[in-house]
Design a protein around this ligand. Structure first.
Ligand code: SAH
Ligand code: SF4
Ligand code: F3S
Length: 450
């Protein structure tokens, strides 16, 4: 449970009442939940991680694929039980699905009391009051300015070592398959002073790793201050602070960023560079604005500046019109790059996107599934190869905590973002430990402190 300062306890329809938030979707949503908890805490709502204790349940949702939404609809049905148990319970949907479905969520059998889009979180206390008075609290206005810049997120993670810091919101790219520009609105960058101040506070509180978040961090631009400069200032907070960021778009990941990374050892050697497909014809239909050759040229640049940099990606199988050759091109791109890991998805048509309006979802289900399976098995073997190459090497590991299986073993990450499990030998979370890699699985490295 979160500790609250008593001066922040204002009753305002709350007064010791408890809030529970369930989070789905990407890291941006995880970061947003911490903003929401902060906004609500200032209104006197105490955070609980026990859903049974909650007076308000908020579900922070994702619309990126249909199965993400289906899962949340299932959760809404399960809320019936909680409502029967506690008739005064308020249930709200926030985040991307709230933005996409709007008022629709306040009707039907599993109607919710609150619907708040990603830019409406400052308004939550008012929406809660509407709902407490028996009405519906709805705000799905998108904003051109909102970045929650000065709101101090309430950290809900348990390890106290690594934290997300949101640096921009929205997306202007309009990849033809993607719903995010519709659910999160236009791109806007957070004032850099507030980013640095937040990072300093985290470091002083013992955090040793921050991940700067945005849908496309390369287009960060605050009155002319661009991402490489922001990244450098964040990394300068302390050499003991590791800095990561996500996500980079291949079309605008420039050399200046790579130079900045290469010049600061505490900027982690890992770039997440979603390719989506390996075929130029497909990339064009996806509106990605780069070719296979452009992408490979960027990969070569990464390797030139940082030979030890891990590269990870996102891939979509079975997008509109995907031919066997295009699918093969994705497999060959994967082999050529040798990704260290990847997130792999089957195409899911999203209502309202350019693709849904103009491009048939015409790859048969069985073909999509078979292609995705091929992509996954190839990646498994690439990940295994990548991990095997690390056996015998030494890495600086930032300890995150005890390993899942045993308190005698710790887990932490390398700069390349690979998880390592090793004997504790008195080390603790937040420490840097030099570890020699002695073995691996396709998902984890195993090692010994040296
Ligand atoms: N802004 C980030 C991440 C966006 S969502 C980026 O551009 O990389 C994360 C991933 O979900 C995307 O990279 C893409 O691979 C996948 N995705 C997005 N829309 C999808 C859809 N309609 N069907 C399947 N996968 C999708
Ligand atoms: Fe979606 Fe493309 Fe924006 Fe990423 S860059 S969020 S895939 S529209
Ligand atoms: Fe999902 Fe919204 Fe993130 S659609 S992936 S939660 S931006």
């Amino acid at each position: 449970m979160m500790k609250i300062e008593t001066d922040k306890l204002r009753p305002l329809g709350g007064g010791g009442r408890k809030l529970f938030v369930e989070t789905y979707g990407c890291q941006m949503n995880a970061a947003d939940t911490e903003i929401v908890v902060s906004v609500m805490r200032d209104e006197g709502y105490d955070y609980t991680d026990d859903i049974e204790q909650a007076d308000i349940i908020l579900i922070n949702t994702c619309s990126v694929r249909e199965n993400a939404e289906q899962r949340i609809r299932g959760r809404l049905t399960e809320m019936r039980r909680h409502r029967r148990r506690k008739p005064s319970l308020i249930v709200g949907i926030i985040g991307c699905m709230a933005e996409r479905l709007k008022e629709e969520l306040t009707t039907g059998e599993d109607a919710v009391d609150i619907v708040a889009g990603p830019d409406a979180y400052r308004d939550l206390p008012r929406l809660v009051r509407e709902a407490s008075a028996g009405g519906k609290g709805i705000n799905v206005m998108l904003s051109r300015e909102e970045t929650y810049a000065e709101i101090a997120p309430v950290r809900l993670d348990r390890n106290g070592v690594s934290a997300f810091v949101s640096i921009m919101r929205g997306c202007n790219n309009f990849c033809s398959y993607c719903v995010v520009p519709y659910t999160r609105g236009r791109e806007r960058s957070r004032e850099p002073g507030t980013v640095i101040a937040e990072v300093k506070r985290l470091f002083e509180a013992g955090y040793r790793e921050v991940t700067l978040l945005g849908q496309n961090v390369n287009s960060y631009d605050y009155e002319g201050l661009r991402f490489p400069q922001l990244l450098r200032s964040v990394a300068e907070v302390s050499p003991l602070l590791r800095v990561r960021f996500a996500t980079s778009h291949p079309k605008d990941m420039g050399d200046e960023l790579l130079q900045t990374m290469a010049s600061m050892p505490n900027i982690c050697r890992c770039i997440h560079l979603p390719a989506q497909s390996g075929a130029t014809s497909m990339l064009e239909r996806m509106n990605r604005k780069y070719t296979r050759e452009d992408y490979l040229e960027r990969i070569a640049a990464v390797r030139r500046y940082m030979p030890d940099c891990a590269i990870t990606t996102d891939l979509i199988a079975g997008f509109s019109g995907e031919t066997a050759e295009e699918h093969e091109a994705t497999l060959s791109l994967m082999r050529q790059v040798g990704y260290d890991s990847a997130y792999m998805f089957r195409y899911s048509e999203r209502p309202g996107t350019f693709a849904a309006r103009n491009m048939p979802d015409d790859v048969p289900d069985a073909v999509k599934t078979a292609r995705l399976q091929e992509i996954i098995s190839l990646q498994n073997s690439l990940s295994e190869q990548s991990n095997s190459r690390d056996v015998g090497r030494e890495f600086e590991v930032l300890v995150e905590g005890e390993s899942k299986r045993s308190a005698e073993r710790l887990c932490g990450r390398t700069s390349q973002n690979k998880m390592v499990v090793f004997d504790a030998r008195g080390h603790r979370a937040g420490e840097y430990v030099r570890v020699r890699i002695t073995g691996c699985t396709s998902a984890t490295l195993l090692g010994e402190p040296v």
